[in-house]
Design a protein around this ligand. Structure first.
Ligand code: 13P
Length: 236
């Protein structure tokens, strides 16, 4: 399966960051990475200005969230259709930072369906909290999230991001990751890419990306600098 190396810029960036695609292309030219897919998910309003440089560098663009409906009276929201029109072909849904702000499995499932209808691939995020892990419930929590957050669609990606590993510098061990990706694989089957996310850095990328059932990474902090994003992609 082709690896997917996905950068989630979260609420970081400015217009001039469109040039980061050229930077990445210099560090790791598209002709040397035909075996993998690279994706950048900038804040939605930076997608359109990045289309030119990203398509030249063979980098995919994605949103970080979308609304479940195509359009309507939803002030401040962006639909999957709009992301597609702007130039995205992926969208992250159900990131833990959004779940923490009240997003439920049902909302995540509706957003993933909306992405599918719009013709873009949802990256459906799941992950347990530290308290859930310490009480031995991690696998049950993640399996339940998977079952309720994934609609009846074929084209999607799952990202396992343990909440305690996001932005903390604490990475799950290869064993933790393998133990969680195996039951996820059982539920989603062979054709779906399963990414790991949570403090992925150049120093740990090789080990994480060579773990069984890991088909790529969802990277926050380390995706803001092209040196580190390129180094992680080279490890895939
Ligand atoms: P960090 O890589 O900064 O831990 O963020 C992970 C993440 O939340 C990606 O979606």
């Amino acid at each position: 399966m082709r690896s997917l190396i996905a950068g989630n810029w979260k609420m970081h960036g400015e217009m001039s960051w469109a040039g980061k695609a050229d930077e990445l292309e210099k560090l790791y030219p598209a002709k040397n990475r035909t075996h993998l897919d690279i994706l950048i998910c900038p804040p939605a309003l930076f997608i359109a200005p990045m289309v030119r440089s990203c398509s030249k560098a063979n980098i995919n663009l994605g949103g970080q969230n979308c609304h479940a409906q195509e359009n309507g009276a939803h002030t401040g929201e962006v639909s999957a259709q709009m992301l597609k029109l702007a130039g995205a072909n992926f969208v992250i849904v159900g990131h833990s930072e959004r779940r923490a702000a009240g997003e439920t499995d049902k909302m995540v499932r509706d957003k993933a369906s909306a992405a599918n209808r719009a013709g873009i691939t949802p990256i459906i995020c799941v992950g347990e909290s530290l308290a859930q892990r310490e009480s031995g419930k991690a696998e049950a929590v993640v399996s339940a999230q998977i079952k309720s957050s994934i609609p009846e669609i074929e084209d999607y990606v799952v990202a396992y991001e343990p909440i305690w590993a996001i932005g903390t510098g604490k990475t799950a061990t290869a064993k933790d990751i393998e133990q969680m990706h195996a039951p996820i694989r059982k539920i989603v089957g062979e054709g779906v890419r399963i990414l790991y996310g949570g403090s992925v850095k150049p120093a740990n990328a090789k080990e994480i990306l060579s773990t069984k059932n890991v088909n790529g990474a969802l990277i926050g902090g380390a995706s803001l600098e092209m040196e580190s994003l390129a180094a992680i992609a080279k490890a895939a």
